[in-house]
Design a protein. Structure first.
Length: 271
């Protein structure tokens, strides 16, 4: 086995993990889709997929020739509890904030360059979003994603943004890595991040960092998302104030101190 001493990974293990993540992201995928999507050598791909199916990480439907996640992936996923304490503590506070604002409140963790939603509070009058618990979205187009990236070292954030293709989702989506790095730096300095119709037209979001790895927890952020038509002249300040208060309440309940997270600065009114 060849080993890269500067980056000691096992190629076959990397490929197996990449296949599981690829299939999870697609829901199901054919052999050709996996082969082309991950640029795997055909000579070893069959053996790799057979191994994953035998171990229960993947299922293969012989009728439609589609691969999907197997029972083993679900079983291992159920054993992960790292985010549950955070979500359980945060959810009642999120529910109250959602109810008082009449808008959607979301809690997410950072994984690579994606925000992964671990709790969502939806008011009856709130905007119905495409996100759901467990869903992953690229961080560059969301307020909560930029808030999460702001907790990283600037070089780390820029490297992550440079590692993937960043799709343009609306006319306002920023895809230039240098410009995004500046937005992330602003979020770090100001203590909050925005999504002004960058992910979805007619939708705005304000987000604040919640907990960090440096503070002894995990990189997490909290956001309020609402229709653009319902934002007032004081936005984002009118939302930032109760959002920051909720974040502080959650941190107090968790008993964590976050010296590395800036207190939100007074934002400039939206134009």
């Amino acid at each position: 086995m060849n080993e890269d001493r500067t980056n000691p990974t096992v190629k076959s293990a990397d490929r197996a993990l990449a296949v599981v993540e690829f299939v999870a992201g697609k829901g199901s995928a054919s052999f050709t889709e996996i082969l082309e999507g991950l640029r795997l050598p055909r000579s070893s791909a069959h053996g790799l997929l057979n191994t994953l199916c035998s171990a229960g990480w993947l299922d293969h439907n012989t009728a439609n020739r589609q691969y999907s996640l197997g029972l083993r992936a679900w079983q291992v996923g159920q054993l992960y509890t790292g985010h549950q304490t955070l979500a359980n503590v945060a959810k009642p506070v999120m529910d109250r904030l959602s109810s008082s604002l009449g808008e959607t409140v979301q809690l997410a963790l950072l994984d690579g360059v994606e925000n992964v939603y671990i709790a969502i509070s939806q008011a009856s009058s709130g905007m119905r979003l495409g996100s759901s618990v467990g869903m992953r979205l690229l961080a560059h187009a969301t307020g909560i994603g930029k808030a999460l990236l702001s907790m990283l070292e600037p070089e780390d954030a820029q490297q992550r943004l440079s590692s993937v293709a960043l799709p343009r989702l609306t006319a306002k989506t920023v895809t230039d890595v240098k410009a995004l790095a500046e937005l992330v730096a602003d979020a770090k300095a100001n203590g909050f991040a925005l999504d002004d119709e960058e992910y979805l037209e007619g939708c705005r979001c304000v987000a604040v960092p919640l907990t960090s790895e440096a503070g002894g927890g995990m990189n997490a952020a909290l956001s309020v998302t609402m229709p653009t038509l319902r934002t007032d002249e004081e936005w984002p300040g009118s939302i930032l104030r109760p959002l920051a208060g909720a974040a502080q309440e959650i941190r107090a309940l968790l008993g964590v101190r976050e010296p590395g997270i800036a207190l939100p600065a007074a934002p400039v009114k939206a134009s």
